[in-house]
Design a binder for this molecule. Structure first.
Ligand code: GLN
Length: 315
């Protein structure tokens, strides 16, 4: 079955699945329309296959984490970054307070504690330049300028007491510096970057395409750092569902509490789903189902030796 026909079928199959709850983490996020649903597949050849509410924008939330991690690696190198944040799955909620490893590091950069530390690593003169650096880095992956949703940012800043608590504890344990409040603001900003499923899929296609944006041809991530980013997405990207995900779907991915999931088929495509109703772990319900179906149907699992060579050749 061709890919456009497949996404049409899968979209139809789940369109009326209204299970799960929209995130209640902070007011601006809980007010989104829960029914929106879109699927976008951006290939390494620069093609796009998509269906659903394609114009609908949403904030990237935790799907920002692998991109900030990539930027920290590009700026500081693997050893420096790994000295600050570990690479082990936690088996706990994404915002759990607070589990540090025996070297006093957050467990990994895909949970909030690790991502807040990673945001603090971004090298720039001050808060404004850090924010700009991140935004322009993310924009390179998307192949066009991205913006920040100020309403979502302010709402999270004001109401996200748990993230403030995490940052204070990280400061208490001397994992973060005296600038920890600014670093947390950078983190809230990165979570508030607006995308739609097409843009997100293209960001993923850049990861699928050796770190090179398939449309602009800009190299966004070095070969080695790409490997690090995809590995951590594979082991930790779906929080405490990552083990089952690796078993069933078998691809690097990242979810966010706005209802996005980004899944990478290395060498082939970035796949983005937007559907705001979440399961108990904070992953999009329809998003997981769509990813499972696509992976099984096209044998995308990274340990499947019959994965197709190119999306456009799928019959
Ligand atoms: N901004 C959210 C938070 O820090 C992101 C979490 C997520 O998407 N899982 O809580």
């Amino acid at each position: 079955m061709k890919i456009d026909e497949a996404i049409k079928n899968i979209y139809g199959k789940y369109k009326n699945d209204l299970s799960g709850e929209v995130s209640q983490s902070f007011p601006a996020l809980s007010n989104v329309n829960p029914d929106h649903f879109s699927i976008s597949i951006a290939t390494v050849d620069g093609d796009i296959y998509h269906i659903g509410d394609l114009e609908q924008e949403f904030t990237i939330q935790s799907i920002s984490k692998p991109f900030s991690f990539g930027l920290a690696l590009e700026q500081h190198g693997h050893d420096f970054v790994e000295n600050k944040v570990g690479m082990e799955p936690t088996g706990e909620d994404y915002d759990s307070i607070i589990k540090l490893d025996d070297q006093n590091r957050p467990f990994n950069p895909m949970v909030n504690s690790g991502a807040i530390v990673t945001a603090g690593l971004i090298d720039a003169r001050n808060f404004e330049t850090k924010k700009e650096e991140l935004l322009s880095y993310y924009s390179d992956f998307a192949g066009g300028a991205l913006a920040i949703d100020q309403k979502i940012y302010k709402s999270e800043y004001t109401n996200s007491h748990k993230n403030w608590a995490i940052a204070h504890l990280l400061r208490h344990f001397r994992v973060m510096t005296a600038d920890f409040k600014t670093d947390l603001e950078v983190y809230f900003n990165q979570c508030s970057v607006l995308v739609n499923s097409d843009k997100l899929a293209l960001m993923g296609a850049t990861l699928a395409n050796k770190g090179i944006n398939p449309v602009t041809k800009k190299q966004c991530l070095s070969h080695d750092n790409l490997r690090h980013v995809l590995s951590i997405m594979f082991t930790c990207g779906m929080y405490n569902y990552s083990g089952e995900w690796a078993f069933d779907v078998g691809l690097p991915a990242k979810s966010g509490i706005s209802g996005g999931i980004l899944m990478i088929v290395p060498g082939l495509a970035g796949i983005a789903i937007y559907s705001p109703r979440l399961d108990k772990r904070g992953n999009s319900v329809r998003g997981i189902k769509v990813c499972e179906e696509l992976s099984n149907l096209f044998r995308f699992h990274i340990f499947d030796y019959e994965t197709p060579k190119r999306i456009k050749d799928i019959k």
